[in-house]
Design a protein around this ligand. Sequence first.
Ligand code: ADP
Length: 765
Amino acid sequence: MSGTEVIGRAVRWGRAAGRRPLGGVPAPVARVIVGVVLLGAAAGALVTLAPATAGHDPVVRLTWLHGVALIGALVLLTCVSELVAVRLRRQDASEELTLLDPMILLNVLLLAPREALSASLAGIALAYLIRRRTPVKAVFNLGTYATAASLMIVLVRLAAGHEADFDARLVAALLLGAAGFVAVNVGAMSVLFAAMGAGRLWELVREDARSAAFTLIATVALTATGVSIAAHTPVLLPVVVLPAAAITYAYRATATEAEERDRSARVLAFSQVLASSPERDDAVTAFLRLARDGFYADEVLAVMDGDNVLSLGAADGAEPRALAPTEELRRLAGRADRGAAVLVDGLPAGWSGALVAPLEAGGVRLGTVVIGRSGRGRFTPQDLSVLTPIASALAAALRNVQHLVQLVEESSKLRAVVDQSSDGILVLDNSGVVQVWNPALERLSGWSEAEALGARLGDLIETQDVDGNPVDAFEAGLQGLSPVARQVAVDLTLIRKDGERRSVRCIHAATFDAFGLVRDVVNVHDLTKQRQVEKMKSDFVATVSHELRTPVTPIKGYADLLRRKGDSMTPEKRAKALDVICDRAAHLARLVEDLLLASNVSTEKEPARTVVIESADLAQLATRATEDFSPAAGRLRLHVPAEPVPVACDPVRAVQVLTNLVSNALKYSPDDSPVDVEVGSDGGRARVTVVDRGRGLPADQLEQIFEKFHRVEDPMVMSTSGTGLGLYIARHLARAMAGDLEVTSTLGVGSTFTFHLPLAAPAPD
Ligand code: ADP
């Protein structure tokens, strides 16, 4: 008989432990357990009491060992055979190879039935006690063994008889007894697994039958060899044990190697998940799966700092569950504070061993992983040395995820600042290609982000320096930038996509490295408004001082003349001098009033306060306005309807508006061309149109002439005096009276100003 056959095989409820380590026992399983226990008790009673088996003689009698010593030795050996097991774990179960089967057969051969049964059960129970097997599993297994061993006793005794010789009959009896034993074992386990829902009964039986047959032969071979040697040449007994031990260790090595191969494949899969820069939960889940399946764990926990606990149990499938962080879990996680460790005590109920490892990266503790096993099989320092680098890899991945999240958060904040800035912001690479183009810049330049990104700034936008020479905006900045002067401001004129010109100040902030410019961040501030205001201010000072000086000169001259030579002047000359003084003083007063009014109407609500609405006849007001221009009477043609045109207005202000229009019409058209003033009404509104045949206005100036201080830059206008305030005030007054002032004009042909006022109901007679 060869040594390879000396290994018995047991498939016990140990493997079921892997399926539901901590759960209760479901009703169908409980029924099977009770059934098996009752069967075991009945079979045991039957064997010990039945006359056929109740004898005191062993089947094979040893001359050198008997009585209590023999029983004690066999109990001890049975216990040891159960304890020394080699396990081969598979995905969802574990297989154990032990010498228990041959030991029980040995007990049956060497002891009387009652002792054989008791010694076997006592040995097994002792082993369970040592191993602290869950009571429910121990009870089930003992029930199974009681039944199987009883059947074995009956079969062997019936077939071999008492005091058998070492002949074919004994071997046949051994085969028969072992077959009965194995059949009961396989049957009971299959019924149990079927009750647990592990598969259909028949399939479970078939699954185990083949290896059971092999076990059977091995059991008989080992026992027969052992008993024969023990009976005849006991000195050679160790010869039986040695090959068995050799095979045991060979098997264990194979099993370990297979486990390691399996674990390596899982570690590889895990590292691939980490390499794919997963989300935080994906990385933790991948780790939990690896740890559960690679360490044959019954429960794996990731206790993250911030009290988020994920758990993956043997019965959980692929997705972890979130657990509430209990005090027990925190304590368990705390045991990794001094580094990874193998734990054997102080564990959650049902656990027999655990591994803990801190999740630490870059000196930051992110959490703890806990790997727990129930049942047989404690963790070893080798397990720990496998776990530690994997836990570090997970921690590093989690830290990266954390950095990534922070980075995304920070960059979205920055993006918001860039997007909401009222200044244009653009980022250029070292060759002036646009990388960032914010919404303010889209508004300022007219070029959209999509058009700008990837384009060279110089090719995209036309810019000019302060002297009006074309420049490349990027190059202009580059000239002032250097690793020591990283910031420079350049004032430019930017020509928008639609051709409009804008004054901008570009503030370049550059980043340099050892090879030169890395990027240029440019803040573009729109100075157009500011420039307009500046121009307006200087225009105002120039205009006002010029306008004030004009009437002051004759006043001063005539007053001086009157002082020095007044007495000798003729009354007519004196009267003329006084007239000029009065006239110019009145002009001065008007000018001052205009300035005051202009500053008053700057705020939208003010004009309303400067008008007092009453009803008046617009025809009369127009007539009054034209009367002021008696010297030009020949050019002025007034057209008024026969009926009065009743309007609601402030008569004084209406005349002021009309006077301004007529004055402009006369001023800005040739001295010999007529000016028509026509009063009428349309669509519920009264209107006065003032038509001249002057130079007219360019189309782009039609609105601008209503702005404060705006004067058209043409030679005729510049040669006439004026402040550019008249139309500004006139339109505000018109609107304050619920009317309006509009213009149409053709360059070189003439202009038509129309002053609208609301019609008033005619006064009752
Ligand atoms: P001022 O006449 O004092 O310059 P206004 O506000 O009355 O100021 O007019 C603003 C500008 O509008 C004038 O400077 C002139 O350029 C233009 N303008 C006004 N009326 C006419 C007109 N009838 N024909 C041509 N240009 C005109």
